[in-house]
Design a protein around this ligand. Sequence first.
Ligand SMILES: Cc1cc2nc3c(=O)[nH]c(=O)nc-3n(C[C@H](O)[C@H](O)[C@H](O)COP(=O)(O)OP(=O)(O)OC[C@H]3O[C@@H](n4cnc5c(N)ncnc54)[C@H](O)[C@@H]3O)c2cc1C
Length: 124
Amino acid sequence: MERKLVFAPLARDGHTAIRVAGIADLESDTTIDAGRVEVLRRASAELLGIDAAGDVEPWCGLRPMTPDSRPIIGWSPLDGLFINSGHGMLGWTLACGSARLTADLIGCKASVTATRAFALRRAA
Ligand SMILES: Cc1cc2nc3c(=O)[nH]c(=O)nc-3n(C[C@H](O)[C@H](O)[C@H](O)COP(=O)(O)OP(=O)(O)OC[C@H]3O[C@@H](n4cnc5c(N)ncnc54)[C@H](O)[C@@H]3O)c2cc1C
């Protein structure tokens, strides 16, 4: 927790792998920085005793965020384009609720409160 890292076991190709996640930058470049991978590898060795010298699969991705950290779920100004994005680091966690709201909004069953809370133009 102190180092702001997350270790999670993952089943992969019949083997157990460990996902070591951490480090975020405010930018849109997804080039993997070898120095950052080394920080995570070293932390895995120090905290869990894992010697993952060559058996590492580096990965990174974008985490689109909104200024108020709430996702945008609703119709865009473009005809027929619906937005369900901006979940930051919680896209998997919020996936079911976002899918529910998406279905309700498209089916015109969502409450006014929910519709406004996640609208693209929240203040309008
Ligand atoms: C390092 C990292 C760790 C994370 N950890 C967690 C976590 O622990 N818990 C959690 O809840 N969330 C986590 N997230 C967030 C989560 O991964 C995302 O919020 C979630 O994946 C968003 O889902 P999505 O389907 O909207 O977009 P994505 O998963 O980005 O899927 C979009 C898909 O569209 C494809 N695509 C893009 N453009 C085109 C195109 N023009 N034509 C066709 N296909 C296209 C892409 O290739 C991709 O497959 C993490 C994100 C990152 C980067």
